[in-house]
Design a protein. Structure first.
Length: 315
């Protein structure tokens, strides 16, 4: 499979990046051995780039897969930390749980953050810079759904990698539209940042037009890689075949998992923590409870982890 350099980082990732959110506890919640088998299939199949996060809680299956396959892919993680101390803990947690001495990319996890993210989270950013200087983090990045933050990241000297949201439907993009995000991505590429893209299938919404959706993001100039979530070895195989140039006619396993998140009203305590958490403003208050507008939901599952009542379920 084709590999591309991530900007000026010296890191080279396969064009297909394994997105390690959907198989974890926020979504599919596979048992550890099954989750490990999915990551192993991806690594053995030639994928050398994994994107995970502190919030995804998927370090354990990745660690097991690294041990079992003896492969060492490029690994990106991220944290919503604001302060220096919080980010330090997040990096330590990643290194310990992945059993690594250094991690390749560590992002500010800033899905819905605004343009003040670099000042509001200056402490966390300084921590990332310090760890890079000590060789514990190879590249510092930011993951974002926002056009404005993507454009701003192009101007921030210490940011090596940018991980924005972009898909053919423009679904989930904040502070602008698809064309504006394309321009912001181009600014990052021109500034020498490594760029890889998230949510090419818009959280599953575009799964019925897989080839068009994937080809759209592959055509973005300077895009080194695209992160696709995979929850089974069948999905890994499908994606691998597609990126190797075969074009299977159907994707039954992904089509079959087209599910949606819903608030179970009887369990909901009306705290509205989910409203604050949703990066896509898809949850609002309705008669004192959280309510998910399906057409705006990206099926990221972040609200699941935020709900103290376990009232948000994948159905
Ligand atoms: S976080 Fe959970 S309990 Fe609170 S409003 Fe949302 S669904 Fe209800
Ligand atoms: S409601 Fe929001 S946080 Fe929850 S899965 Fe949908 S987009 Fe993600």
């Amino acid at each position: 499979m084709r590999k591309n350099m991530l900007g000026n980082t010296g890191l080279e990732g396969t064009e297909l990046c394994f997105g390690a959110l959907p198989f974890g506890p926020l979504q599919k919640n596979l048992p550890l051995d099954e989750a490990t088998a999915v990551v192993c299939a991806a690594l053995k199949g030639g994928i050398n780039f994994i994107d995970t996060a502190q919030l995804y809680k998927t370090y354990a299956p990745i660690r097991h897969a690294l041990q079992q396959t003896k492969k060492r892919p490029v690994i990106a993680s991220k944290s919503p930390a604001t302060t220096y101390e919080e980010m330090q803990k997040a990096i330590e947690e990643a290194l310990n749980e992945l059993n690594l001495d250094e991690i390749d990319i560590f992002h500010l996890h800033a899905a819905r953050a605004g343009e003040d993210v670099f000042t509001k989270r200056q402490g966390a950013l300084e921590c990332l810079y310090d760890h890079k200087a000590r060789g514990r983090v190879k590249a510092v990045g930011i993951s974002t759904h926002s056009v404005k933050v993507t454009a701003l990241a192009a101007t921030v000297k210490g940011i090596d990698v940018v991980f924005p949201l972009l898909n053919r439907a423009g679904h989930g993009i904040l502070d602008g539209n698809r064309e504006e995000m394309e321009k912001a991505v181009a600014q990052c590429v021109a500034a020498g940042k490594g760029v890889y893209l998230m949510k090419p299938l818009a959280g599953g919404i575009l799964v019925g037009e897989y080839a068009q959706a994937v080809e759209y993001v592959r055509s973005i100039p300077g895009c080194a890689s695209i992160a696709l979530g995979m929850v089974s070895t069948a999905e890994v195989e499908y994606n691998l075949n597609y990126f190797r140039g075969y074009k299977p006619a159907t994707l039954p396993s992904i089509a079959a998992m087209k599910k949606r998140f819903m608030v179970v009203e009887s369990l909901c305590a009306g705290c509205l923590k989910c409203v604050e958490t949703c990066p896509n403003h898809a949850i609002s208050e309705k008669t004192g409870k959280g309510f998910i507008q399906q057409e705006a939901c990206l099926t990221c599952g972040y609200c699941v982890g935020a709900c103290p009542q376990f009232a948000i379920r994948l159905v």
